[in-house]
Design a protein around this ligand. Structure first.
Ligand code: PGA
Length: 255
């Protein structure tokens, strides 16, 4: 696990985009795991800039998003598909045939989840998976208590997560109660993980994930078991870490 602390959100975002661009240049048909939420927005902006100004080419890339609300169609302005379209898909040259977001309107959710897992396998597995972290330590919608071996499935959202997300909906009642999410095991199968966190409000979750024991009470702590995980933070999110994290990573990522 490589912890990289940057001075600001913008620097964190640029660093994360640089890691993805490096992987993409080395493997044009990269299988990229994507996340929604406010955290990766700056990284997506930087990837869009790289596409426009530096010709970063996504035409052969396959993407898999982590999660989607159950019951929201793709054109609902709070669906994660819509979020991805607005903030990334519409601005780069992805082939729509290679883009995957869990289907919140799937009639048979269990069958869909099995298909999603199979689709990831057939794509050769995820090369690099972008992750945010919830203030309660969740990754994707794997809330505290989720099995660390779980696969893509339907999950009930906790009150905390629904409250965190209520700001995007007209009322608390409209916040979905269920989501389809990749499991912790699905995420751990990715060849590399790229977990981003910014702001002081994430500092406790980051400390628990990076320095605490590995426990289902903080699903993000499983990254300690991954062979190749990057944790890119701004100063606020890193503020409760007690370990010393050196900056020798440059030579590891860009040899
Ligand atoms: P955020 O959400 O990026 O909006 O903070 C992250 C998460 O809950 O996983």
């Amino acid at each position: 696990m490589l912890v990289i602390v940057k001075d600001s959100y913008d620097e964190m975002s640029r660093e994360a985009a640089r890691i993805i661009a490096d992987r993409l240049r080395k493997k044009p048909d990269l299988v990229l795991g994507l996340a929604t939420g406010s955290t990766p927005l700056g990284m997506y902006k930087e990837l869009i800039r790289m596409h426009r100004e530096e010709g970063l080419d996504f035409s052969k890339v396959t993407t898999f998003n982590l999660d989607e609300y159950v019951g929201l169609p793709p054109d609902h302005d709070q669906s994660y598909y819509y979020f991805m379209k607005e903030n990334l898909f519409d601005h780069i040259n992805l082939d729509p045939r290679f883009v995957h977001v869990p289907q919140g309107m799937a009639k048979d959710v269990d069958a869909f989840c099995g298909w999603y897992e199979e689709r990831i396998r057939r794509a050769g597995g995820i090369d690099i998976q972008v992750l945010g972290i919830g203030a309660n330590g969740h990754i994707a919608f794997n809330e505290p208590g989720s099995s660390l071996g779980s696969r893509t499935r339907i999950k009930t959202l906790t009150g905390t997560t629904r409250q965190d997300n209520a700001r995007f909906f007209a009322s608390m009642e409209e916040v979905p109660k269920f989501a389809i999410t990749m499991g912790v095991g699905t995420i751990m199968d990715a060849k590399e993980l790229l977990l981003l966190a910014n702001k002081q409000s994430k500092a406790n979750a980051v400390r628990t994930a990076v320095e605490g024991p590995v426990t289902a009470s903080c699903p993000a702590s499983i990254i300690q078991m991954h062979r190749s995980a990057f944790v890119v933070l701004d100063k606020g999110a890193a503020s409760e870490l007690t370990g010393l994290y050196n900056d020798t990573w440059e030579s590891k990522i860009f040899p």
